[in-house]
Design a protein around this ligand. Structure first.
Ligand code: NAG
Ligand code: NAG
Ligand code: NAG
Ligand code: NAG
Length: 376
């Protein structure tokens, strides 16, 4: 939905009618005059709740007690919202977050700031958000930081396991899916924004070819978490969980690479991964996206609570470039479930998208925002 359509919104449909007045941001959801869900209004309400309950203005970060990368994704959420709607409602907040977080990190001062962290994936999340900030502002300061971040990450690409980058910079260890998928999305995104670029495109293609051959993509067409290595240096799938975000970022990366090359091979590969998630009993229960940790006694940790929204946003992106938007109906079904069964007071959402709502957290909220923003 684009800005002009907001005017056709008739208002909030409350689920919690007994509460009488509707606080803003309230519990409920928005429909257009045609009775479709209004994803712009819905996403905006969810962002406003995320800010009201979890944004720490003094630190320029949401829930500073949880991992730093999570705020990188929340920043991406508010930037994607503005990019899709034309709104500039959160632009000052985005500037504040970037200005605060680009300082040298207290736990990794040797990175010297500009989002150079102690793990390649942490840098990747922020570098991607900065690209969207460039899209919104046309200010090359932001693009230049992303370019620097790409160079920083590439320092950790080695010949061990025939390529790929390490996740853990301190230990120079762990070649995993998420770091390399983020790097592929970053290099393809840079290529699509730097005139006459060939370097970043070549890196994006090399990263895909490495990922595909690495062993992490299993026979079910799902990515496991990463690689293990024998004492004589042979790398193999570590059979770690097939987290939803590991199936998500790769969809965005393949879509961006298709945009760069017009090579349909990348969309075919993306479709096979997306369809594998939708038909997986572990990741999609009764057509509701499910994280493997949800059914465990210990539940999902802070990081894991955000994963589904990352998947959903990238699946939306893929769907929108395919004929007939084949995944949109699935995502809309998930959004309806989140709104009807997983929503609590204050417009907060819990981790299980099939419900019930027990309590909220910043990561659960940013995840739901990812789903709603994807559907705009
Ligand atoms: C971005 O980097 C380019 C190349 O290094 C430089 O010419 C340009 O001035 C930089 N732009 C900004 C706004 O920093
Ligand atoms: C990194 O190395 C430290 C110290 O040797 C160790 O405690 C830690 O578990 C290692 N981390 C990983 C992810 O291997
Ligand atoms: C499309 O991409 C695949 C995978 O990278 C490659 O093998 C193939 O040669 C490409 N096709 C064209 C026409 O470039
Ligand atoms: C949220 O609810 C779950 C399930 O009842 C519980 O395990 C967890 O401790 C609660 N978290 C908070 C912060 O209250």
């Amino acid at each position: 939905m684009r800005v002009g359509d907001i005017a056709s919104t008739v208002g909030l449909v409350a689920f919690c009618l007994s509460s009488g007045t509707l606080a803003s941001p309230g519990r409920g959801y928005y429909r257009t005059r045609g009775h479709e869900l209004d994803y712009t209004k819905t996403a905006e309400a969810a962002i406003d709740s995320m800010n009201q309950f979890y944004y720490d203005e003094a630190q320029g970060r949401w829930s500073p007690e949880v991992a730093w990368w999570l705020s990188g994704f929340a920043l991406q959420d508010i930037l994607d919202f503005m990019h899709k709607t034309g709104s500039r409602k959160y632009i000052q907040q985005a500037r504040d977050v970037i200005n605060a977080q680009k300082a040298p990190l207290p736990w990794w001062p040797q990175g010297e700031g500009n989002f150079r962290a102690d793990s390649t994936d942490d840098t990747g999340w922020w570098a991607l958000a900065l690209i969207r900030m460039f899209d919104l502002t046309d200010d090359h300061t932001y693009l230049n930081i992303s370019i620097q971040d790409e160079q920083y990450m590439y320092k950790y690409w080695t010949s061990e396991c025939n390529g790929g980058m390490f996740q853990d910079i301190k230990n120079l260890s762990y070649k995993n899916a998420i770091s390399n998928q983020l790097y592929m999305l970053l290099t393809a995104s840079l290529h699509n924004r730097i005139p006459d670029d060939t370097e970043h495109l070549a890196k994006a293609i090399a990263t895909w070819e490495w990922l595909e051959a690495s062993g992490m993509l299993n026979s079910e067409h799902l990515f496991n978490d990463g690689l293990a290595e024998t004492s004589d240096g042979v790398c193999y799938n570590n059979k770690g969980p097939t987290w939803t975000y590991n199936q998500g970022v790769i969809l965005g990366a393949l879509t961006e690479l298709h945009q760069a090359t017009k090579n349909k091979t990348y969309l075919t590969a993306a479709t096979s991964i997306a369809s594998a998630v939708l038909s997986s009993k572990a990741l999609s229960l009764s057509s509701i996206l499910t994280e493997p940790c949800e059914a465990t006694p210990e539940g999902c940790n802070n990081d894991q609570q955000i994963f589904k929204g990352i998947f959903a946003k990238h699946l939306s992106r893929l769907s929108s470039v395919l004929d007939g938007a084949p995944y949109r109906e699935y995502l809309e079904g998930n959004a309806r479930s989140v709104l009807e069964k997983d929503q609590g007071e204050g417009g907060l959402f819990d981790v299980g998208w099939a419900g019930p709502f027990r309590n909220g957290s910043f990561e659960k909220q940013a995840s739901a925002v990812g789903l709603f923003v994807g559907l705009i």
